[in-house]
Ligand binder design. Structure first.
Ligand code: MEV
Length: 439
């Protein structure tokens, strides 16, 4: 039975592992081997990684891959992707190739405003807090002049503060809704620091406000935090092509696009399908978010909330035919950065950004939206033509062969043999055994 531990974070890496092994892992010496094999020999590099989070005991590798041939706004990109799902990069590359000779992807940033709230309790008359806010608004803004000095020099900073009465949703609940421009930084630290300072000024000044004192009714700050819902930080990407040039997988353009549009309509009408449809989109988005050192949890949360903005969770993509022109598009909120955070620290993130020619945050928003759109295109293209398993099972087969340590000749033979056969671990194992017996 494991005992609670105190001072775990102060232990060395070895001591942490020792504690884990003796408390949870029956002193299995193999555990050391498993964890240590991922330690980097380069001590400086290892120290850098250990510094990212507390209590690190090893490194968790994920493949870093490249999806080439993405033509975006007439510029050719090789997109870095980090993820574990076997078929995603191949699907991306296929979609990029499909659109390469059709004009590629077009993307535009619609807006870049981020936001955060100071959440307040106030049970007095609305007119009093409104009056206090309008009399003190400039003091609140001025209170962060030092914090936003550098950001302002880059043309960013606080845009505005508004008092919002949210008492219809929750009794006594008001917000200071603050909007920000953070340019190439994701800006989470900047926004949170500004919010906490504004909140402090708000509370201090409210204590000396006679109309609150007279009634002994003061506003109270509950918390101050940025919002990961950023519907004013929006990017759009699309592809377009005449219907008759859209033939694929042996199916003519008109039949393919009609079925494709139907698939999007189903994702718009049915939440169960929409979630999977959007999950496929996130396969592309998260992979680029990770490769460029951004926060995939905030992006996920914000995008899924956006998918529900009209009260029902629905498709993030849209497809239509007008005047014989097929258009497929995506619109998503993305609060990301190309400076600050991990972007200047993690060597592979630096490489990923370099490969993308050190993009501005706006450019990266466009690339990420395209990666999502391309994934959705690839998934729907398979789903409405060959079915998804054909491509998936190929990768599954490769993984099984890898696990069974198949030689390159065995792999070649197995790929041929399973071309039109059902793939399972059992079937592949017995096929390999047979092969090995013959040879
Ligand atoms: C699998 O990771 C993603 C798909 O399920 C997406 C979709 O169904 O659209 C293939």
């Amino acid at each position: 039975m494991p005992q609670p531990v105190s001072g775990f974070s102060k232990k060395t890496k070895e001591e942490k592992i020792e504690w884990l092994v003796s408390n949870y892992l029956q002193n299995d010496p193999l555990v050391y081997k498993v964890l240590k094999q991922y330690w980097n020999d380069d001590e400086k590099l290892q120290k850098l990684h250990d510094g990212f989070i507390e209590n690190a005991i090893s490194n968790y590798y994920l493949p870093f891959a490249i999806a080439p041939n993405f033509l975006i706004n007439n510029e050719l990109y090789s997109i870095p992707m980090v993820l574990e799902e076997s078929s995603v990069v191949a699907a991306s590359s296929n979609a990029a190739k499909f659109w390469l000779d059709k004009g590629g992807f077009k993307a535009e940033v619609i807006s870049t405003v981020k936001n955060g709230q100071i959440h307040i309790n106030f049970y007095g008359a609305e007119s009093v807090i409104k009056k206090f806010f309008s009399e003190n608004k400039s003091k609140l803004i001025n209170s962060i002049s030092e914090i936003e000095y550098s950001m302002k020099k880059r043309g960013g900073g606080l845009i505005d503060i508004n008092l919002i009465n949210s008492t219809k949703s929750l009794e006594g609940y008001y917000q200071l809704h603050c909007t920000f421009e953070t340019h190439d930084a994701m800006g989470a630290n900047f926004i949170n620091t500004c919010l906490e300072e504004i909140a402090k000024t708000f509370e201090n000044n409210s204590k000396n406000y006679s109309e609150f004192s007279d009634l002994n009714e003061y506003p109270e700050v509950v918390m101050s935090i940025l919002s990961n819902y950023v519907p004013e930080c929006l990017v759009r990407a699309e592809v377009q092509c005449p219907v008759n040039e859209m033939s694929t997988n042996g199916i003519d353009g008109a039949t393919f696009t009609t079925k494709f549009i139907r698939a999007v309509e189903i994702a718009k009408a049915e939440t169960r399908r929409a979630v999977t449809h959007n999950k496929g989109i996130m396969n592309g988005i998260d992979a680029v978010i990770l490769a460029t050192g951004n926060d995939f949890r905030s992006v996920e949360a914000g995008i899924h909330a956006y998918a529900s903005k009209n009260g029902m969770y629905t498709s993030l993509t849209d497809a239509k035919i007008e005047n014989n022109l097929f258009t497929f598009s995506i619109e998503i909120p993305l609060a990301i950065g190309t400076v600050g955070g991990l972007t200047g620290l993690h060597p592979l993130v630096k490489f990923g950004l370099l490969l993308l020619q050190n993009p501005s945050a706006k450019k990266l928003m466009q690339i990420i939206a395209v990666a999502g759109l391309a994934q959705n295109f690839a998934a729907l293209r398979s789903l409405v033509t060959t079915g998804i398993q054909k491509g998936h099972m190929k990768m599954h087969l490769a993984n099984i062969l890898n696990k069974l340590e198949a030689t390159s000749l065995e792999t070649k033979q197995a790929l041929q043999y399973f071309e039109n056969k059902a793939i399972s671990h059992n079937a592949v194992t017995s096929y390999l055994n047979q092969l090995r017996e013959i040879n």
